[in-house]
Every structure is written in C-alpha cells, then in structure tokens.
Design a binder for this molecule. Sequence first.
Ligand SMILES: Nc1ncnc2c1ncn2[C@@H]1O[C@H](COP(=O)(O)OP(=O)(O)OP(=O)(O)O)[C@@H](O)[C@H]1O
Ligand SMILES: [Mg+2]
Length: 398
Amino acid sequence: MKDIKILAVDDIEANRVSLQYLIQEYLENVELVLASSGEEALKITYKEEIDIIILDVQMPGLDGFDTAKYLKSNPRTQNIPIIFLTAAFKKEEFQQKGFQIGAIDYLTKPIENHQFINKLNLYIEVIIKNKQLEAVNDNLYKALQKEIELKEQVQKQQLELIEQSKMAALGEMIGNIAHQWRQPLSLITTCASGVKLNLQLGIDDKNETLASMQKIMNTSQDLSETIDNFRDLSYKEKLAKFNLSEIINKSIKAKEHLISENNIKVVTNLDDTIELTNLPNSLVQALVNLIHNSKDALEKSDLQKYIFIDSYINKDNLIEIIVRDNAGGIKTEYINKVFEPYFTTKHQAHGIGLGLNITYKVINDSMYGKIKINNTKFTYQDNEYEGAQVKITLPFKI
Ligand SMILES: Nc1ncnc2c1ncn2[C@@H]1O[C@H](COP(=O)(O)OP(=O)(O)OP(=O)(O)O)[C@@H](O)[C@H]1O
Ligand SMILES: [Mg+2]
C-alpha cells in the first residue's frame, strides 16, 4: 500500500494526464485518484481516505472555490489539505480567496515541474510525519485506555476483597457473639428448668426459686452488656484517652456476679495515675475474656480462689497489665495453642475456644500491644500458688 493518496481534480483531461505522468514519474509512494469535476471530487472524498487534494479553480458546475468550501464545511473532509492549481485565476485576489477558504497553497501555471514536485514532496513529508504522530498518539491513547481498564479492574478486585473481608468480619462477629452467649444461655436454661422441675414435682423451695430467678436476671443483664460491647466494637471504636484503672474496674464490675457466685476474690494492685490513648471498650472486652477464663479455671478449685490484676509502667516506659489466677495453670502441651481460634479444653456448652483468640487480636491488631500467657508460681499471704498469668503490654498512645 502506498503511503499517500492524492486526489487531483481538473475538468481538462490533458491537465489530468500531465499530472498523472508527473506524479507517477517522480513520487514513488503516492497513489493518485483523478476526478474531472467538483461533484465527482466530493463523491470520492466521501468514500475514500484522501490525504491531499490538488484542485483546479475554473471548472463547469461546482468550481474549485465552491468545491473547497464544501470540503471545509464537512467534518469528515475539513482537514484534508487543499492545493489550488490554476492557469486562469492568477490574480492576487483569487489567491487570497483560495487561502481564505483554507487552502494550504495556491499555485499558478505555468509551473516548472521540479518546483511543483518539490512542493508536493514537502507537503507529503509533513503529512507522513503527521500520520506517524497520529499513530503514536493512537498507541499512547490505547495504552492509556488499557492502563485505565487495568486500574478499574484492580479497583473492582479491591472492592470485592473489601466485601469478602466484611463478610469474614461479620462471620467472626457472629462467632464472637456465639462465644459470649453460649455460657450465659445455658445457665439461664439450667435455672429455668430447675424451677420448672421443682414446680412439677410440687417442691416449694422459695429460696431456691428466688436464687434461680436472681441468676436468670443477672445473666440476662450480662447478655445485654455483651450486646452493648459488641455494638460499641462493631462501630469501629474511636481512639479515646482514658484512665486505665477505671477501665480495669469496669471490666471486673462486668463480671461481678460470676465472681461473687464463685466466691472469687479479685485482688487489684493498680497504678491509678496511668492514662492512655487507645480503645477503652476493646480493652474491656479483652479483660473480661481473661477474667472469664480465670473464673472457669477456678470453678473446680477447693482453695480460696483468687484473681490478681496489676497495672504499672515498666522499665521501657510501656504500660503493663497482669491478670493472674491461682487455678493451677494451663497444661504445658496446650500452652502454645491457647491463642489459636477454636482451641478449647472445655465442654461445648462452656466454651468454643475463641476468647483468647479474640483477646489476642484486640490487643495486637487493634491496640498495637502485646499479649503473653504463661504459668507461674507465686506466694500470696504466705501461701504458695500456681496459676496462669497473662501479661498485656500497651503503648501510652497509638
Ligand atoms: N486462666 C486459665 N487457666 C487455665 N487454663 C486456661 C486459662 N485461660 C485459658 N485457658 C485454657 O485455654 C483454652 C482456650 O481459652 P479460650 O478463652 O480461647 O477459649 P475457651 O475459654 O475454652 O472458650 P471461650 O472463651 O470461647 O468461651 C481454654 O479452653 C483453657 O484450656
Ligand atoms: Mg475463654
């Protein structure tokens, strides 16, 4: 295929033939299309991609000027360069008219062959360069388009991932709720069926019924508090400055009835001056889980049951919270597994093994802290004890 297509328009056949001869002789990469009138020229430009038009001025029907005007008024053809070539309309005013219409050149005959070919060559070069630029532009545009498409795809994938992680978070949240609710619900059922059985058997033990009702009320209160905690957490808790002792005491209070029912003594040794900026509700959730675990472990103990909670600033200027009990500790073969999700040594009704996993995530991921668990031996009021100890380390600010 030739690089350039030229349309030559002239009503006189001899002129067309001599143009054809010249172009074929001197310009290799040019395909020539001939038209004998303005009308024919317009028809051709509608059908073919023309790069340059050489246009005679004086023609019957549509003359060169009118043909040029039509070409310039049509968006499809308005950018085709027009060169007028005339023997009759040589005067300055015609030249001006030609340029006004938008021609790039106005050549008058007689014109020396070489001069004409040189000029044509110059225009051809410019047009070829333009075409190359357009091709580069086109490629750039396509590359850009591709990049935009890719970006959109990545964005879409990211949105899908967010959606997936939302679903995962929802699943985790439901798991958490199940974890927090299982034990209280089974307690309520046990109390209620006890009262029912007594009634069915005609046993009228007012005190036992009252105690069961009280347990049901306390436990329901517990359930409603966990709902509040979850609501607070699911709203992506905001950072707040808070007093550590207040939050520790709030956590103990949240489990108060379980603690007193099981005759557990909570011994605190807190630095009341510690103020930190972090997530207070998340910390309550973490501490409540630890207290709950100690309570579960202590349930079977015959000794005086203790939960010790200390808070202080360590030598690295970090806050430390220690939760310790005297329930005997965790079996060594389990100690590396306790933070894993769904690891439990408890009966299904008492635990699903999420408490420490949630606590680990809360402390590490949300609060930028650290949590460790180990067994410890210690003396309290001249008695030697053994138990599990959880150490939480937190920064003052996140
Ligand atoms: N204070 C503790 N003393 C002894 N063992 C503990 C103590 N805390 C945790 N464990 C052990 O670690 C296991 C995992 O604890 P975790 O809190 O993750 O789950 P869970 O208490 O079994 O169930 P859930 O918390 O979901 O109700 C417990 O089953 C228990 O064996
Ligand atoms: Mg637990």
